[in-house]
Design a protein around this ligand. Structure first.
Ligand code: PLP
Length: 404
């Protein structure tokens, strides 16, 4: 069981008022708030151990390096990776997907090949592939999305061809909340010898993830969506594949030896971590993972599901309410439209009542085109949200409706 009142005390920002009203923060899919222990770990690290990592022989540098590598081990355990070499620190999911698209394409994709993505991807799992497709002459195949907001699995199987080199799919849709059947997708792709990458930006914060039981080849996520700082993220990759992929960026740290005649690259994972890494971010991310682990990911998932079910029930009672996405397997996100109220009007007016939701296309424009809408209002939940906040959202929507 979650003691939500005690949890809320761990997050100083949740005590804030906006426009003289208590903050109701329902924009957790965009970024989550930070518990005091994460905030403290950032200032403690700057106060006590700050020094550049991996290259110093002095005490502080060695200590900072140990802490960063301990953070890598923490991430490894958290996502169930087989080894630390498979955990690459990046700036976030976007950088993880760009690294993957760039290095994987260069190593494994030729003109005329195909990469499968889906119609519910965030732009960060579309555009990096388009950039590489232009460069290498491969094409993108898109799994269609059904009216309920699920992937059309028959169409997926039909898209697989002898030229398919990778399937890259979101774990959880940031618009529809749909939890995709990633195990099934991986099983099908692997039966054709095709590796699978998962965009876990909305997965890892809400669902227990074990990349080995999933049998995922790549898995990306962002620290700031799982109560850690901004500017830090992870790309997990299977060692056999990562070791065949060229570096993404060049610079310090990713090399073994540099001469003007040529350069040899460092071992994994450093080959993919050029320049001074955000070691403070890694340390604080590890603290965030400790924090959610101390609550328990399964307990978090159960609580968030109960919040989501409650919200669906409450909001469904509002006349004119139209949910966007009705997949039975869903996680912490509800998208909706009310009557013909424009989503940005709804978002702005809710804001004046102290309620923070996201509006717009949510970086998923092709999905908006598929659904034939300009955007949605999105409420997204965390384990620190309460049923009272959902009541406030429901009352807020009714109030906005009455203004139109
Ligand atoms: N993928 C999904 C499904 C997302 O929801 C997001 C962010 O909202 C991203 C990728 C990009 O994450 P970031 O901006 O942290 O790189």
């Amino acid at each position: 069981m979650i003691d939500v009142e005690s949890i809320r005390r761990d997050f100083p920002i949740l005590g804030r008022e906006v426009y003289g009203k208590p903050l109701v923060y329902l924009d957790n899919a965009a970024t989550t708030q930070k518990p005091q222990c994460v905030i403290d770990s950032i200032s403690d690290a700057y106060r006590n151990v700050n020094a550049n990592v991996h290259r110093g022989v002095h005490f502080l540098s060695l200590e900072a390096t140990d802490m960063m590598e301990a953070a890598r081990e923490k991430v490894r355990q958290f996502i169930g990776a087989g080894s630390k070499e498979e955990v690459i620190f990046t700036r976030g999911t976007t950088e993880s997907m760009n690294l993957l698209a760039s290095s994987f394409s260069r190593a494994f994709i030729k003109e005329g090949d195909e990469v499968i993505i889906s119609g519910m991807e965030h732009h960060s799992n579309i555009v990096p592939w388009q950039l590489q497709a232009e460069r290498y002459g491969f094409s993108l195949k898109v799994i269609p999305v059904t009216d309920r907001g699920e992937l059309d699995m028959e169409a997926f199987s039909a898209l697989i061809s002898a030229r398919t080199r990778l399937v890259s799919i979101t774990h959880v849709s940031n618009v529809l909340g749909t939890v995709n059947p990633v195990s099934e997708i991986i099983r099908i792709a692997h039966s054709h010898g095709i590796p699978v990458a998962i965009d876990g930006a909305q997965g890892v914060p809400h669902i227990t993830v074990n990349v080995q039981s999933l049998d995922a080849d790549f898995y990306a996520f962002s620290g700031h969506k799982i109560y850690g700082p901004t500017g830090i993220g992870v790309l997990y990759g299977r060692k056999e594949l990562l070791s065949k992929m060229p570096p993404y960026q060049g610079g310090g740290e990713m090399i073994k030896k540099v001469t003007f005649q040529g350069t040899t690259y460092n071992e994994l994972p450093y080959k993919f971590e050029a320049g001074t890494p955000d070691y403070i971010g890694s340390i604080a991310l590890a603290k965030a993972l400790d924090y959610v682990s101390s609550i328990g990911m399964d307990i978090i998932a159960d609580y968030e599901k109960s919040l989501c079910d409650y919200a669906l029930e409450r909001l469904a009672a509002i006349p004119g309410m139209r949910f966007i996405g009705s997949a039975p397997e869903r996680s912490g996100v509800i998208s909706f439209l009310v009557g013909d109220i424009h989503p940005s009007d709804m978002g702005t007016l809710l804001d004046r009542l102290g309620i923070a939701v996201r509006t717009g296309h949510h970086c998923a424009e092709p999905l908006m085109d598929r659904l034939g809408i300009p955007g949605t209002v999105r409420a997204s939940f965390s384990f620190y949200n309460t049923k009272q906040e959902i009541d406030a959202l429901s009352a807020g929507i009714e109030r906005v409706k009455s203004m139109f």
